[in-house]
Design a protein around this ligand. Structure first.
Ligand SMILES: [Zn+2]
Length: 261
């Protein structure tokens, strides 16, 4: 099945957090766990790292020069795959059908998008975007690649999932992997599936308030069936609209508490 998952302009913020061990669910509130480097698995055993390939359409482009000055392509792609494996899966549940992931660095509008088939994925990444973010290139490249790598592996109920949810899960993994850009803020949004960072923070709150591993479970449920409105209720006991209003309330309370007397 072919899929194209375009990425809007990414919003960015920083804070590094500790990753889970390969067999662990993410930790509640882990996104605020301080700056720690991601721990790599001791070996590939048990984890289906794909064959990584790289295509650079214009090697003399300033973005290409920024890319190679800041990251090692093999390492950055492996790190991104590892972030997806460790935050969304276990060695038992991780999808094993992806054989190749090709990173295509090229001149294009926007930031990045992922396309391909079950076994072959292409991540297209804008050289202009990389050049524009030269001042924080390593984190931005890693963050975008984690987001896009989620699209290579996440379940979407065979295409029935709200796009805002799949984009929110992608940024939730980015957030937890420690590559949130500096301008991301936990400021709600207008609805739960606004997508991207807005939904990522809602999912983070969901993990903190309704138990670690909820996002992982939601993703896995969408492997075997289509998205339905009662998905969240099945796993949390509450409708997603109710959860979202509770999340908004928690933000309001947090804001009130942070206002000095
Ligand atoms: Zn995306």
């Amino acid at each position: 099945m072919s899929s194209i998952l375009p990425t809007k302009v990414m919003r960015t913020f920083y804070f590094k957090k500790s990753p889970p061990k390969p067999s662990q669910a993410p930790q509640v509130g882990g996104s605020r766990a301080g700056k720690q480097q991601q721990q790599q698995p001791q070996s590939d055993a048990g984890w289906p790292f794909p064959n990584f390939r790289l295509r650079v359409d214009d090697i003399s482009h300033p973005g290409a020069q920024v890319f190679f000055a800041n990251v090692n392509p093999d390492e950055v792609l492996r790190d991104a795959a590892w972030a997806v494996f460790s935050w969304l899966y276990t060695p038992v549940t991780v999808p094993r059908h992806v054989e190749s992931v090709v990173l295509v660095l090229r001149s294009m509008d926007g930031v990045a998008h992922t396309m391909g088939s079950d076994i072959y994925k292409e991540i297209h990444f804008s050289l202009e975007w990389i050049a524009q973010h030269a001042h924080r290139a390593k984190d931005e490249i890693q963050g975008v690649l984690v987001h896009e790598m989620v699209h290579c592996y996440q379940h979407d109920g065979n295409g029935t999932c709200p796009t805002g949810f799949t984009e929110g899960v992608a940024d939730w993994v980015r957030l937890h992997a420690g590559f949130a850009p500096p301008h991301w803020r936990e400021d709600g949004g207008s609805k739960w599936d606004d997508g991207y960072a807005s939904t990522a923070y809602f999912l983070d709150w969901l993990e903190q308030s309704h138990g670690r591993g909820v996002v992982r479970t939601l993703n896995l449920t969408l492997r075997d069936r289509g998205y339905e409105d009662n998905l969240f209720k099945e796993h949390t006991g509450k409708k997603v609209t109710k959860l979202y209003s509770l999340y908004r309330e928690s933000l309001t309370q947090k804001k009130a508490q942070s206002v000095p007397n």
